[in-house]
Design a protein around this ligand. Structure first.
Ligand SMILES: Nc1ncnc2c1ncn2[C@@H]1O[C@H](COP(=O)(O)OP(=O)(O)OP(=O)(O)O)[C@@H](O)[C@H]1O
Ligand SMILES: [Mg+2]
Length: 358
């Protein structure tokens, strides 16, 4: 068990800096997920913690010891990769035992640990097979097992589920989360899948262009995204963004649409703003209830449990998505009166993208 602290961590390849100073502490037993688009530096950051990449500047500290100069094998960390990196000519048992054998552990102890991990991961009946004789999900579990038998201070995962089909991904996601809750091993997990990130993380790190743009619990990040980037990345379908102008606590949108925004900060008055509203926070006004805007549906996507509508607000050009429970009878070109919940209106600075509302 261990805590991991990154302080002012930077990485450059030649003259190109790709990680611009990341500060992050992963508490003992915590499951932290790094999420962000392709190329934002997730793997690079993870590989610096593992010792597979040199740290250009800053420190990585594991349980109070700076490990910058330690070899990967001396960091007491186990990594699970996207491609599993199993030895094809070895059996499942040999794959799981290999790292322990290298560490000169006794045969009896190795046997004990492999048996334990195989039991937990439901691999007992597959121990004599080779990786080529396993399904993707089973291979993924062998890779997990190989990490588990070492009882490392921490697990590092780099997109371990991205090679699996959608259904198996959901199953393995629950499996990994359950295992981590049982073992309480400090974990750092990289993914570009925001659903995986939201559901697995104790805390999330949303990365953008080599910067940790926001760190917090999934709900903190969903409810109070610090930037337009974070707001757009977390949540599905994406948050809607509309250009607006704030005057005396009223938002003016498009041609003449005006909406009260009681939570807008005083100093944002008289300024252009970006209004953000999540599709699930647009509610159809009840009969007789006054509407804030009229929504015009251009496309209807029934998904069974919910229905997505794509269209726009009357008088405003921008695209707006809206999410309704169940399968209400809405036709193309239908007009729906909507209420805008004041607490669901997020305001951002259009130039910097930084959040303006509390
Ligand atoms: N060896 C290298 N030399 C030069 N640039 C590199 C090297 N490795 C990575 N990069 C660059 O560093 C940046 C971050 O890469 P990284 O692999 O960490 O991204 P990532 O967030 O893991 O992306 P993905 O989701 O696609 O795996 C990218 O712009 C990449 O091109
Ligand atoms: Mg990567």
């Amino acid at each position: 068990m261990a805590s991991i602290t990154l302080s002012g961590v930077r990485k450059s390849y030649g003259t190109t800096q790709v990680i611009h100073g990341v500060d992050l502490t992963i508490e003992d037993g915590e499951f932290v997920v790094i999420v962000g688009p392709s190329g934002c530096g997730k793997s690079t950051l993870l590989r610096m913690v593992a010792g597979l990449e040199e740290i250009t500047e800053g420190t990585v500290d594991i349980d109070g010891h700076v490990v910058n100069r330690l070899e990967p094998k001396d960091r007491d960390i186990a990594m699970v990769f996207q491609n599993y990196a199993l030895y094809p000519h070895m059996s499942v048992r040999q794959n799981m035992a290999y790292g322990l054998k290298m560490r000169k552990m006794s045969k009896a102890d190795i046997e004990k640990r492999v048996t334990w991990a195989a039991g937990v991961l439901q691999l007992t009946d597959l121990l004599d097979r080779r990786p080529g004789q396993l399904s993707g999900g089973q291979r993924q579990r062998v890779a997990m097992g190989r990490a588990m038998v070492r009882s490392p201070a921490a697990f590092l995962f780099d997109e371990p589920l991205s090679n699996l089909d959608a259904k198996l991904r959901v199953q393995m996601r629950l499996e990994i989360k359950r295992l981590q809750q049982e073992l309480r091993t400090t974990s750092l997990y990289v993914t570009h899948d925001q659903v995986e990130a939201m559901t697995m993380a104790d805390r999330l790190v949303v990365m953008n262009g080599g910067v940790a743009e926001q760190i917090g619990t999934p709900m903190e990040i969903y409810e109070r995204p610090r930037t337009v980037f974070v707001a757009g990345f977390i949540g599905s379908p994406n948050m809607n963004f509309l250009p607006a102008r704030l005057d005396s606590g009223m938002l003016a949108l498009g041609q003449g649409l005006r909406v009260a925004c009681p939570h807008a900060p005083e100093e944002a008055n008289g300024r252009d703003v970006t209004l953000g509203i999540r599709p699930e926070h647009l509610v159809v006004a009840e009969q007789g209830e006054p509407a804030d805007v009229q929504f015009i549906a251009h496309m209807v996507e029934p998904l069974g449990a919910e229905t997505l509508l794509h269209g726009r607000f009357d008088g405003v050009e921008a695209n707006v998505a809206l999410r309704l429970h169940g399968t209400p009878d809405v036709q193309r070109d239908a007009r729906l009166p909507l209420r805008l919940r004041p607490d669901a209106l997020h305001l951002f600075d259009p130039a910097s993208g930084v959040r303006l509302t509390e």
